[in-house]
Design a protein around this ligand. Structure first.
Ligand code: CP
Length: 318
């Protein structure tokens, strides 16, 4: 059987210098990265899961916001590939003395670096760096804009569990308005032919939702009855202070995935980018159930990041 998620252009070649978002990537670019990720996933299952293809590269992980999964998996990916790795944390740097992002990156670049992985609270921070330095830039999350490697690992995890992306029904539930994960997932999933439904409180829906090529429901039962994948998004607790929902208890009541839902709708799998608020986005038992693939997402994140680093550094095919 032909796999609809395989690269379709027989003359396809990966030609990107940066990964700033999935907006600039074609469907075949995404398919190619997912295909290469399969090879890196196999390497990770070997007794010695190393491939020293970045031996001559120096990579800086430039993190202005907190992170557990993304920062650690990028660092591990870089080390598994033999790179020299430098970790920059804004909290322990001269940023605290007022140094700008521009000056910070110019100084770091003077030390001869090859790649930068950046997480920043400002949308467009990765694009800004790409304009002022020669190094490859990878966006590890910029404000509420994009988080491309998260969407790639999400798509890889869906394909691994459910066979193909094309035609898949994906419900994304929660704080749509403030989520960079949802933005990158909508772009990637719709390019590969999946259907996306957004579900959450009206106050969490962007006004431009009609332009996104997705459907919307405010009814969780309707979304769960329809979907193959239910992806819950983290509720940022400070949104309650902004009056965007009345209480965590009420949010959980209306939009939290519960064990009863798993019995009632026996087919959908559960995803979450992390970190989870247990008892808010889903009951704790739901997160730990065999319907959840949340920890597989984390494992696959390592393989996706290896594939992205490899391709941007000039690798053609593993
Ligand atoms: N999914 C994700 O971006 O998690 P971290 O914030 O821990 O990196």
């Amino acid at each position: 059987m032909i796999d609809p998620d395989q690269v379709q252009d027989p003359n396809y070649a990966f030609k990107h210098q940066h990964l700033l978002g999935l907006t600039d990537y074609s469907a075949d670019d995404i398919r190619f990265i997912l295909d290469q990720t399969t090879s890196f996933r196999e390497i990770l299952d070997r007794p010695v899961p190393k491939i020293p293809t970045l031996r001559d590269k120096t990579i800086v992980n430039l993190f202005y916001e907190n992170s557990t999964r993304t920062r650690i998996s990028f660092e591990l990916a870089q080390k598994r590939m033999g790179a020299d790795v430098l970790n920059f944390s804004a909290l322990a740097s001269s940023t605290k003395k007022g140094e700008s992002l521009k000056d910070t990156i110019r100084n770091i670049e003077s030390m001869k670096i090859d790649m930068v992985v950046v997480r920043h609270e400002s949308p467009g921070a990765a694009h800004f760096l790409a304009r002022i330095v020669d190094a490859n830039i990878i966006n590890a999350g910029d404000g509420a804009h994009e988080h491309p490697t998260q969407a790639l690992l999400d798509m890889f995890s869906m394909k691994q569990r459910l066979g193909q992306i094309k035609g898949l029904k994906v419900a994304i539930i929660g704080d749509i308005l403030h989520s960079r994960v949802v933005r990158s997932n909508i772009i990637g999933l719709t390019k590969l032919g999946a259907e996306v439904v957004l579900c959450g409180p009206k106050t969490f829906m962007p006004v431009f939702v009609e332009d996104l090529n997705v459907k919307v429901t405010y009814n969780l039962e309707e979304a769960l009855a329809w979907c193959d994948v239910a992806m819950a998004l983290r509720i940022q607790l400070e949104r309650q202070e902004q009056g965007l929902f009345p209480s965590l208890r009420e949010y959980h009541e209306r939009f939290g995935i519960k064990m009863d839902h798993l019995e009632k709708y026996p087919n959908f799998v559960i995803m979450h980018p992390g970190p989870i608020n247990r008892g808010v986005e889903m009951e704790s038992d739901v997160a730990d159930s065999d319907r959840a693939i949340i920890l597989n997402q984390v494992t696959n994140g390592l393989a996706v990041r290896m594939a992205v680093l490899y391709l941007l550094s000039g690798g053609s095919r593993v």
